[in-house]
Design a protein around this ligand. Structure first.
Ligand code: NOJ
Length: 654
């Protein structure tokens, strides 16, 4: 492989790389030994000339003084089938260009740059082959730029903060970005195109954040390790794909699934993976009725678990999360996590008995591991901890990494550093071996690796409903579909019906709580409130939660504006039924929904909307339920109250 470095190469090149329809054109340039790219759509500039390359510790920069040895073109037009998710089929249609480059120096280091140009985005990655004098390297910086107009609007959350990805989105302009921000980084150019910069297939490398460089150009800022490098690598190595999703409207952007197309298919059989809906010994802790730690109000007792299993059966929900079952929660658990045991339960909780009982009732237990970021403590117990669940017939685990950083052998690392990325991957692969599915809280962001590892069913990775009680405005859930959710599903913990609870007041209407099951996808979807609230006060509304699927055939974004509102329709993977959900910010609004996406025939529609006098602050319980027979020629006029939403179930009539 190394031989091609000895070939004669071109010093100056300029390639036009069109997408299959020709609408997007990416340009690759080699000039004076330096590599760069730019991007246009409809002949209008999106990304102007942007540098590429690396700073390597103790070596010359890689990406300078290069010549082009060889160029290889290929194309693909296929449809990928996903085992679960928002869309069963994903189009993977691109033109690919690989540029094989070598240095004009005695070392003659080599590097490949691979581009894939799609009609709805572009992606490229660096591939560094193994070379005699270049085997173990430490990367100091990745020099990838995204040279976008400074007046581009951007919706961002800050990176390197104590609460990881859990911040409120803010709209600003690129020229105003003072600090690094996370991806997916969603933007709207002055000429009206929507795009989101993100990455796909993040393995063994720091996660990419984006910052405005001193030259006023957006640049990758890869999350560093505590030794200030961004990755220690043994070559060969391929970086994650640098992905730019492109769309003509914000709703079209939310349908972009390129991130999955850029990941590899699974290497083993994952047919055992099943999406799940679950209740939990959980919200009772948030509203102060129960505690994680043992004591008089301990939530995770054998008795409570059995009661919740019975409730799950009555509610028609298949899973039960149990938090606080294990040793280590005493005192301030956010400080004391170093002592957590993942294999010993508290005296009032009998894991074997609970698991047996759940099994006899066909309820899946969702086990829980809260590491509090003490990753060394967790890694020491990892094999045993996963075995413990496996022998008890438990197939789902929710993990957690509360804490501002991960702790390992006395030093701290960012959750989204190369260290964190590798730790999460270790848990995913171990879980896969034991046929366990994961729901990771305080996770690494999604980069589509669920395609390769379908047992990674869910993650949190943004402010979820537990932040309610003041820290979430109604606009938050109207930002998520256009930003965070471009990186995959989110365990938002929807379904809180006890809205006016004195300890955790929720900024919502009742209809909005069920809308979330459609607007925020998750492969593991929680009905987060306590069963007595569902059964005693709102059995009719709960019917929607019971019916809504966790695996969809197709998703169509119907209407929306970033941070203002979002309306989406999804077809069940296993029936002819459709589900529609919508959420709005503080502004009440009316939406007209054309049902022309439906198949021919009649549907029974059950429509849950805010009443005209509903309001997230003053009248959150104002809800109207209507039943109608409708078809594809109908238009539904729906009202959403301030901070409200709506949900519709469309059942195909025979
Ligand atoms: C934070 C998680 O997001 C939450 O769901 C969990 O209950 C707590 N950590 C405790 O593990």
């Amino acid at each position: 492989m190394f031989k091609w470095a000895n070939l004669f190469g071109k010093k100056e090149v300029n390639y036009n790389m069109p997408s299959p329809s020709g609408r997007n054109i990416c340009h690759f340039t080699l000039q004076s030994g330096e590599i760069s790219y730019s991007l246009e759509r409809d002949q209008k500039p999106i990304i102007k000339n942007s540098s590429l390359g690396f700073k390597i510790c103790g070596e010359k920069d890689l990406g300078r003084n290069l010549r082009l040895i060889r160029e290889k073109r290929s194309k693909k037009n296929e449809t990928i089938e996903m085992p679960w998710g928002e869309d069963r089929f994903i189009k993977n249609n691109y033109n690919e260009y690989a540029f094989y480059l070598a240095e004009n120096s005695p070392e003659a280091r080599i590097l490949t740059l691979r581009f894939r140009i799609f009609d709805n985005g572009i992606a490229f990655r660096y591939e560094i082959p193994a070379q005699p004098k270049f085997q173990n390297i430490s990367v100091q910086d990745e020099l990838t730029e995204f040279n976008i107009d400074l007046n581009t609007a951007v919706w961002a959350i800050p990176a390197y903060q104590p609460d990881r990805y859990e911040y409120n989105y803010e709209k600003t302009a690129v020229f105003n970005l003072a600090n690094s921000v996370h991806t997916p980084l969603t933007m709207c150019t002055p000429n009206g195109y929507y795009l989101s910069i993100h990455e796909a297939a993040l393995y063994n490398y720091g996660s990419m954040t984006i910052k405005l460089g001193p030259n006023r150009i957006l640049k990758s800022d890869i999350t560093p390790l505590s030794d200030r490098t961004i990755a220690h690598l043994t070559l060969p190595f391929e970086t994650p794909w640098r992905l730019i999703m492109l769309a003509d409207s914000p709703t079209e952007l939310t349908e972009n699934r390129l991130m999955y197309a850029l990941n590899e298919p699974p290497k083993s059989d994952f047919s055992w993976v099943k999406t799940l809906k679950f209740i939990g010994i959980w919200w009772a802790m948030y509203v102060g009725e129960w505690t994680w730690a043992p004591g008089e109000r301990h939530g995770a007792t054998t008795e409570h678990a059995k009661e919740y299993i019975d409730a799950a059966v009555r509610l028609g929900i298949n899973g039960l999360l149990i938090e606080g079952w294990n040793d280590g929660w005493e005192g301030d658990w956010l400080e004391n996590g170093i002592n957590n045991s993942f294999t010993t339960s508290t005296p009032d909780f009998d894991m074997e008995a609970v698991a047996r009982y759940a099994n006899s009732k066909n309820i899946e237990i969702v086990g829980h591991h809260e590491t509090v970021g003490f990753v060394d403590n967790y890694e020491k117990q990892l094999e045993e901890a996963y075995n413990y669940y496996a022998v008890n017939g438990i197939h789902y685990i929710k993990t957690g990494y509360a804490g501002s950083k991960m702790l390992i052998n006395g030093h701290k690392e960012f959750h989204h550093s190369q260290f964190g990325v590798n730790h999460y991957q270790k848990t995913i692969e171990l879980a896969a071996k034991k046929h366990i599915c994961l729901d990771i809280h305080e996770p690494i962001k999604g980069t589509g690796i669920e395609r390769t590892w379908p047992n990674l069913l869910a993650r949190e990775g943004a402010r979820g409903q537990e932040y309610e009680g003041g820290a979430l405005s109604p606009s938050h859930a109207c930002y998520l579909p256009y930003t965070r959710l471009l990186s995959g599903g989110m365990d938002y913990t929807p379904g809180i019906f006890d809205i006016e609870n004195a300890v955790k007041r929720i900024s919502t209407t009742l209809a909005r709580q069920i809308a979330y099951y459609v607007t925020i996808y998750s492969g593991m979807q929680m009905a987060a409130d306590r069963p007595h609230v569902y059964e005693g006060r709102f059995p009719k509304i709960f019917e929607f939660i019971k019916a809504v699927p966790t695996n969809f055939e197709r998703t169509i974004a119907l209407a929306g504006e970033i941070g203002r509102y979002y309306v989406v329709a999804r077809k069940d993977r296993y029936s002819e039924n459709w589900f529609i959900g919508g959420v709005t910010d503080e502004s009440p609004r009316k939406v007209s929904i054309s049902l022309d996406f439906l198949e021919n025939g009649s549907y029974e529609a059950i429509i849950y909307t805010d009443s005209e006098d509903a309001h997230y602050r003053d009248n959150p319980f104002g809800i109207v339920i209507q039943k109608k027979t409708i078809g594809k020629s109908d238009i539904l006029d729906i009202y959403m109250a301030s901070g409200g939403g709506f949900a519709i179930k469309l059942q195909r009539l025979p």
